[in-house]
Write a protein that binds this ligand. Structure first.
Ligand SMILES: [Zn+2]
Length: 410
C-alpha cells in the first residue's frame, strides 16, 4: 500500500509542464508520462477500465458496491500538467518533517525562503510535515496533490469494501494551466452526474463560485492623412484609443478591486493612425454586473468618439465563461455533501470564490456541475510552492467521505 505522500513524491518528479504556444493536444506529450503511470497504477488497484484516450485524458470507473440503485455517479477530477510560469523539470521534493515554524530556506537557491507572515496559511502548519521543492523549480502540488489524493482515495475504497459507495468516476485532464483542460473531454463517455475538482487551497475550503467573463474588442477607424497636411482632417486612431484607456475609472480596475468586485481590464492594444484595436477582459460575479461594465465601456467609447466626428468604432462582446454558481445553485446537494463530509471529519468548512475561471466552471456549464474542493496546494506557480502531508491526508478522507455520503443519502 502506498501513502498519499509516496504517490505525491513519485508524481512531482515527472515533468508535465504544459505549453501555451503549442498547437498540439495535449500541448506537451510529456504530460502522458504521468497519465500512463496513473493508468497502470489504477489497473494494479483493480480498476479494470482505466485507460488513456488519444487526447491524453485518463478515464476510470470504481464500480458501485452498494445494493441501492439510483445513487448519482460522482466524478473526481484533477489535472496532470503544471504551470508554464516556472520550470517543472528535475523537481527535487524535500519533506520538512514535524516543521517547527522556522524559516525554510530552499537549498538550491537560498534566496527562496518560506516564511510565516509572508505566505498565508503557513502559520497553521507548525508540527506538520511540509513538502517543498529545492529552490529552482516549482513543486507541482498544483495539481499533483489532487492527483495523489484521488489515487490514494481509490486505493482506500478498493481495499475497504465495507465502505459502501455508488459508481465513482476518475478523470485526469491535461492542459488545465493553458486553459484547454476541458477542450477534448468526453462527458458522455465519462457518464457522471456530478463532479468535484480536487484543486483547491487550504484545508476545509470549497469553491463553488467563479467569475463570469466576457471579452470586448473595440476596433477604431480613424481618419488618416499625410501628417504635413493634416490640419483639421486627421483623426488619429491611436489617440482615440489612448483617450478611451485614459477615461477608464481606476475604481473598476484589477489593481483597485478585491473579493466580489468585478473589473474592466485592457489586455492588448495594437494599431496605426488609421486603425487601432483595443482588447479587454470584463469580469464580475453576476451577469448584471458584467453587462453594466460593458455598458460603461461602451459609453466611454461613445463619449470619446464625439470628439472625433469622422471616426467610428465597432464594439464586440464575446462570452468567455460563466460563474459556476449559476449551475451549482440548481444542485445544492453537490456542495452540501462536500461540506457534510468535511464536518464529519471535524473541519469547519469555508465557502470561497475564485477571482478567475476554472475547469470546474467550464465543466459545470458543459453539464457536469463541479465545485472545487481543497487539495492543500499553496503558493501556486512559484518556486515557494508547498503542501503539507497532513492536509493531503485530510483531502483523501474527504474524498472517501463524499463517496460514502452520496450512497447514504440515496
Ligand atoms: Zn490547478
Amino acid at each position: 500500500m502506498s501513502s498519499v505522500l509516496d504517490r505525491f513524491l513519485q508524481y512531482v518528479k515527472i515533468d508535465t509542464q504544459s505549453d501555451p504556444d503549442s498547437d498540439t493536444f495535449p500541448s506537451t506529450s510529456k504530460q502522458k508520462d504521468l497519465s500512463e503511470l496513473l493508468v497502470s497504477q489504477l489497473l494494479e488497484l483493480g480498476v479494470q477500465d482505466a485507460h488513456l484516450d488519444e487526447h491524453g485524458y485518463v478515464y476510470a470507473t470504481v464500480p458501485s458496491n452498494s445494493d441501492k440503485t439510483g445513487i448519482p455517479v460522482i466524478c473526481f477530477c484533477s489535472h496532470v500538467d503544471t504551470s508554464p510560469d516556472v520550470t517543472g523539470a528535475n523537481v527535487k521534493p524535500i519533506v520538512h518533517k514535524n516543521w517547527n515554524g522556522a524559516d525554510i530556506i530552499l537549498p538550491d537557491d537560498p534566496t527562496q525562503v518560506l516564511r510565516i507572515g509572508e505566505l498565508h496559511d503557513l502559520d497553521q502548519q507548525i508540527g506538520h510535515d511540509i513538502v517543498t521543492a529545492s529552490g529552482t523549480t516549482l513543486l507541482g502540488a498544483d495539481n499533483k496533490a489532487g492527483v495523489a489524493e484521488i489515487m490514494a482515495a481509490v486505493e482506500f475504497l478498493q481495499t475497504h469494501p465495507e465502505i459502501k459507495h455508488g459508481t465513482i468516476k476518475i478523470l485526469f485532464t491535461p492542459d488545465e494551466e493553458v486553459g484547454r483542460g476541458t477542450e477534448k473531454v468526453d462527458l458522455e463517455k465519462l457518464g457522471a452526474d456530478f463532479g468535484y475538482t480536487v484543486d483547491g487551497e487550504a484545508v476545509g475550503t470549497l469553491e463553488d463560485e467563479t467569475f463570469s467573463a466576457d471579452g470586448v474588442k473595440i476596433t477604431i477607424h480613424g481618419v488618416s492623412t499625410h501628417p504635413g497636411y493634416a490640419l483639421d482632417k486627421l483623426e488619429n486612431a491611436l489617440k482615440i484609443a489612448g483617450n478611451i484607456l485614459a477615461a477608464l475609472p481606476r475604481a473598476i480596475s484589477p489593481e483597485a478591486t478585491k473579493d466580489k468586485e468585478g473589473f474592466i481590464h485592457p489586455v492588448q492594444m495594437e494599431g496605426i493612425q488609421e486603425k487601432a484595436v483595443l482588447s479587454f477582459i470584463i469580469r464580475d460575479f453576476t451577469a448584471t454586473g458584467l453587462h453594466e461594465k460593458e455598458a460603461l465601456l461602451k459609453e466611454i467609447t461613445d463619449d470619446v468618439l464625439r470628439q472625433f466626428p469622422n471616426s467610428t468604432a465597432e464594439f464586440k462582446v464575446t462570452e468567455q465563461y460563466r460563474n459556476m454558481k449559476e449551475v451549482l445553485d440548481l444542485h445544492p446537494e453537490v456542495t452540501e455533501n462536500a461540506f457534510l463530509a468535511m464536518k464529519r471529519l471535524g473541519m469547519n468548512p469555508v465557502q470561497r470564490s475564485i477571482r478567475g475561471g476554472t475547469d470546474g466552471s467550464r465543466l459545470s456549464f458543459m453539464g457536469l456541475p463541479c465545485p472545487n474542493i481543497f487539495a492543500g496546494e499553496h503558493a501556486f506557480h512559484s518556486r515557494l510552492e508547498w503542501v503539507s502531508v497532513q492536509d493531503m491526508e485530510k483531502a483523501v478522507e474527504v474524498i472517501v467521505n463524499i463517496c460514502r455520503i452520496w450512497e447514504e443519502k440515496a
